[in-house]
Design a protein around this ligand. Structure first.
Ligand code: ACO
Length: 330
């Protein structure tokens, strides 16, 4: 088949699915456990509730539920996928990966499956990685999942962190399809990743296999993270605009990492993105780390906000520090 001149391969989204555990922990529940209040949490973060995994649920359980939902929407089965990437910081085991467990669970018998760890930026890193495989022509269909059980990394006595996080998973199916090489194409139009290892002490987990032989707990200098988050997010989103010759006006939707409503609002304002274009779901699941961006996407797809042809900017920032943005035409 002859391809039109300037033809390129694009990673086109053909399915989305999500899963939130049944158990809900509200701000009122936290008031009974800690010296905190619904008013403080709501005003500082915008979070009203978070979902907590059941004792018998693992990250691979959540990821598999989300994967099945995304495959169903795409009208595909596990055997149709040849690349599976799970972004997670909370794997079931130190090894094997969550991805290979999901691979077995969904009946994906060929191709390759692996985990990727970039904390809250994990989904953007995994999406960007999948895009490289698909646009290189080496793989045809990718399943990209963000899945976390952050509740098991929390110090429930530290009110500065434990009120912020929750559990969840969401998955996206992407297919390599020919495009014309312009921003009118459907699919991932550009993606930009960054990291800066000098910020370790501002956000980290105080355990791990080669240090303490325990999983550890999250430690964070919240105010410092807040200040840097807005700068880093706006920098990388502007890089995505510059690479494609697009502007905030061209966007239909801004789907940011759901860490904190104030970070989201401050970033959107600095980027001149109109408030009605911002997808905000943080109130209903808190910060679910790598699952947060695809959970927000799945919510905005399910309620009919994001439609085929829409231009959508995704971004995230997290531990490392890591940060990134991807511009996608739905
Ligand atoms: N309930 C009540 N009071 C609290 C709580 C709580 N849950 N947590 C802290 N406080 C108190 C502090 O002890 C402090 O009291 P003091 O003045 O008597 O010392 C006071 O509130 C102010 O504390 P700060 O930490 O300065 O509060 P701040 O306004 O910065 O809000 C927060 C804290 C919400 C963590 C904010 O800094 C933030 O959102 N930072 C970003 C962190 C983040 O989102 N991290 C997620 C991972 S990274 C990412 O995803 C981008």
């Amino acid at each position: 088949m002859t391809r039109p001149q300037n033809a390129v391969l694009r990673s086109v989204v053909i399915g989305l699915g999500s899963y939130l555990p049944k158990r809900i922990l509200s701000n009122a529940d936290l008031e009974k456990m800690l010296d905190t209040s619904d008013a403080w949490i709501t005003q500082r973060t915008g979070i009203k509730l978070r979902h907590i995994a059941a004792d018998d649920e693992r990250t691979s359980t959540l990821a598999t539920h989300a994967a099945r939902a995304a495959l169903a929407e795409a009208g595909l089965e596990g055997k149709d996928i040849d690349l599976l990437i799970v972004a997670t910081t909370t794997p079931d085991y130190t090894f094997p990966s969550v991805a290979t467990q999901v691979q077995a669970a969904i009946g994906m018998t060929g191709g390759v499956a692996f985990d990727l760890q970039a904390v809250c930026s994990g989904f953007i890193f995994a999406l960007t990685t999948a895009d490289k495989f698909l646009t290189a022509g080496s793989h045809k269909r990718a399943l990209v999942i963000g899945a976390e059980i952050f509740s098991r990394l929390l110090d429930w006595k530290d009110r500065g962190t434990c009120v912020l996080f929750g559990d969840g998973a969401a998955a996206m199916v992407l297919e390599a399809q020919p495009g014309g090489g312009t921003t009118a194409d459907r699919g991932v139009l550009t993606a930009h990743l960054r990291s800066d290892g000098r910020h370790f002490s501002k956000l980290y987990v105080d355990g791990g296999p080669s240090s303490t032989q325990t999983a550890g707990h999250i430690r964070m200098e919240g105010r410092e993270v807040f200040k840097l988050a807005v700068t880093m997010i706006t920098d990388v989103v502007e890089a995505a605009f510059a690479a494609t010759g697009t502007t905030a006006e061209d966007l239909d939707w801004f789907v940011p990492h759901q860490a904190n409503a104030r970070i989201i609002d401050a970033s959107a304002e600095k980027l001149n993105i109109a408030p009605q274009k911002v997808v905000k779901t943080v109130a209903f699941h808190g910060n679910t780390s790598a699952a947060s961006v695809p959970l927000a996407l799945a919510a905005a797809r399910a309620d009919g906000r994001i439609k085929p042809g829409d231009l959508v900017m995704l971004e995230a920032m997290g531990g490392g520090f890591t940060w990134g943005a991807a511009l996608v035409r739905w």
